[in-house]
Design a protein around this ligand. Structure first.
Ligand code: NAD
Length: 319
């Protein structure tokens, strides 16, 4: 079994690798070659969440699980709030293949999913990127979004405004003007990424203009919520996996309220494989409910292992 520690990941997997790996696995899911197992997610108290996301990707020859969660007290201890590890097994024998540090991989695969949705669903002339959220994931989201559209400006809102300058520094790195705005000014955005741990809707239908693409990435658990259910109900809905979208994703609230049915939600993989046309007209509001699936984790961890093996990196142990 190969151990690929967190410290090696940045050199092994680029954002472009993550984009390609996640796009391939979304397509495999749509073609029936890969599926996720039911998510286990437990509240540990004091806001801590822990769980397991797993699946089998026959196309990519990957079987495994990501174990990890969200520990909101970590930031004060100098650690990021998300902590996770990915375990890969041989799909033919069940033997352990690798244990891979999952923190950077989580950020890369989540940003990749959001960027794929922007690439496939946002208007090609999108100029203004709106960011709702400015935590650890937000910087990755901003960088990934900037790779798929020629944005001219970033506007951002965060419940805790003191976190915004850090996101502004990322925009500056990318050469993009950055402005902190009230939520009402999100009507100026062509693409909006939401990436918060909010328990209640911040972004309301009145804050979004016709033709906007939304990538709602923060809601990955029962009880989290970033956007108005009326906004979800009025949008053309896409997701990584429908079963997760209606139970732990942003759509859970609109479904519970009887505003949306699971049959109205399209897997993004269907757009990638060409089974669904994606955006139909310029004024359509499209919304990607990015819940984060185990197969994304296996896909990027698989890339890390192949690269580590090629370069003789990581530690091999007998188990
Ligand atoms: P973080 O703790 O670094 O940042 C949290 C963000 O949420 C900050 O912007 C903070 O200001 C904001 N926030 C906190 N409480 C809020 C409230 N009540 N209302 C509005 N905003 C609030 O977290 P992070 O690592 O950036 O992760 C953000 C979210 O993304 C989390 O919910 C996390 O579980 C989720 N996430 C989803 C995926 C996925 O695949 N969909 C992957 C990773 C993380």
């Amino acid at each position: 079994m190969l151990i690929v520690p967190e410290a090696l990941i940045a050199d092994l997997v680029s954002p472009e690798d993550a984009f390609a790996a996640v796009e391939a696995v979304f397509a495999a899911m749509d073609a029936g070659g890969a599926y996720n197992f039911p998510v286990v997610r437990e509240a540990l108290g004091e806001g801590r969440q822990y769980g397991f996301k797993s699946g089998l990707d026959r196309t990519g020859h990957l079987l495994g699980v990501k174990a990890g969660g969200y520990f909101p007290g970590n930031a004060a201890k100098g650690m990021i709030n998300h902590q996770s590890s990915v375990f890969l097994f041989d799909p033919d024998t069940g033997r352990p293949v690798a244990m891979v540090g999952g923190n950077l991989l989580t950020a890369l695969r989540t940003a990749a999913a959001s960027a794929i949705s922007i690439d496939r669903l946002a208007r090609t002339d999108a100029k203004v990127l709106g960011m709702v959220g400015a935590g650890h994931q937000a910087a990755f989201q901003l960088r990934a979004a900037a790779r798929v559209r020629r944005f001219e400006k970033v506007i951002a809102w965060n419940l805790h405004p003191d976190m915004l300058p850090r996101l502004g520094a990322v925009a500056a790195e990318l050469g993009l003007p950055f402005e902190a705005v009230p939520l009402e000014r999100m009507v100026e955005a062509d693409v909006i990424v939401t990436i918060t741990s909010s328990p209640a809707a911040s972004l309301m239908a009145a804050h979004v203009s016709p033709g906007t693409h939304l990538a709602c990435m923060g809601t990955d658990t029962v009880g989290k919520q970033e956007v108005d259910p009326a906004l979800v109900a009025g949008a053309s809905l896409f997701t990584d996996e429908v079963a997760q979208s209606v139970t732990i994703g942003e759509a859970q609230h609109a479904v519970k309220a009887g505003l949306v049915d699971a049959t109205a939600i399209t897997p993004l993989g269907a757009v990638i494989t060409g089974r669904h046309r994606g955006r139909a007209f310029d004024s359509e509001v499209t919304l990607f409910d990015g819940t984060g699936v185990g197969l994304q984790d296996l896909a990027v961890a698989g890339r890390a292992v192949v690269r580590a093996q090629e370069r003789g990196l990581g530690s091999a142990i007998d188990v």
